[in-house]
Design a binder for this molecule. Sequence first.
Ligand code: ARG
Length: 478
Amino acid sequence: MSTEERRNPPAAKLWGGRFSEATDPTVERFSASIAFDQALARYDLRGSVAHARMLGDTGIIPSGDVDTIVAGLEEIGRDIEAGTFDFDPALEDIHMNVEARLTQRIGAVAGRLHTGRSRNDQVATDLALYLRDAARAARRGIATLRGVLIERAQEHVGTVLPGYTHLQRAQPVRLAHHWHAYEQMLTRDAGRFTDLDARLSLCPLGAGAIAGSTLPLDRDQTAAALGFDGPTTNSMDTVASRDAALEFLSAAAICMIHLSRMAEELVMWSSSEFGFVELADAYSTGSSLMPQKKNPDVPEIVRGKSGRVVGNLVSLLMSVKGLPLTYNRDLQEDKEPIFDSARTLGDCLEVMAGSLATLRVNVERMGEAAQDPMLLATDLAEALVREGVPFREAHEAVGRIVAHCVEKDIDLRSLSHADLQAFSPAFPAGADQLLSLERALEERSLPGGTARARVEEALAVATDTLASERAALAAENS
Ligand code: ARG
């Protein structure tokens, strides 16, 4: 390589001044992030436009140049939207791709854009803007699934199935109650994404590479222009920290775990052994070999994908662990986990909403399973408690009754008052009449219980809460 070539490597680096040799092609490939950080393009452009305008307003650069720069950036934005922008790996990342293209378009004036800015505060800004949108997109996906859960629950207030603990039949519940449980988990998930807004309210731009700038930048102006409440308060923290990203990944992981549990139930419930539900054809697949099969691949993939979303959280936690202040290039590893979790969560929310909306419920089969009289054993024990028997004694007596029924293979409900009194004289007259499914549901009328009125009330509250969430999302969008 001639000295001349060395001084002018093929794709001139924006940091080339100090260097006399071209980057090794392997290193170029290894260190480039453009293949994935192009997802930040529109945020990078917004940040650059705000920064350029501020540089003009503060008189740091001539205002005529600002117009040229902004027009150039807008043109680049149109190219990127149209898919005609040619991203160059030799230019490493989105920030340098945009700046290099700007230089090609408008010439040396482009060189003023990076005044008082570093890629370190630039990427932190891009990421904050991206995360704000991604958190909202997650909330929109969650809202849709909540809507489906509420609707299906309203349809099935009268549908009864066994509630399970340890996957053993425990007590009868309404299907509405069961689905409302997931709706509540998702409501908290949405809350976690909303909370993120508070941690993303300050603008990184102006923190520079690490210690700010000697130039009279107006950080309040760029913060306001980008929709932040103000500038961040410590330049080192700003370029070094990724905890908002970790919080996003964590909220996504928790939400995926909820989806995974829901998915696991759909897989089990659609088996012949349970036969509680049947997935719609549009949300199932067949076997290439066994003609009779209808497989629950969609919930299975959701369950499977929860692994990668949890992995993404762990991946970034490990990347950040052990980094001395402030920016280290390791932090470039934040992007793929973030983009992947955002996309995966969005997809999973969508297919779960579709699966549930189109699911056929086998009401009879659920009802039969709930008829298991043993599900009423707790009620019998509580009947004794009402007569003043200490609960432990009542539990013991009913335990013996259950063992007796199992041994003799008889229905708990077939025992007469006299039979019951043989196990505990405290059983009141009519205790043998207590054991009914309807009663078991209706007598659980505490807040959060299975009584029809309570379940309907809970669904009404959920409907209102969801309506406020939708209104908040619509307001944030406009
Ligand atoms: N592509 C880099 C990243 O994602 C941008 C910041 C680079 N800063 C630097 N000093 N090399 O983190």
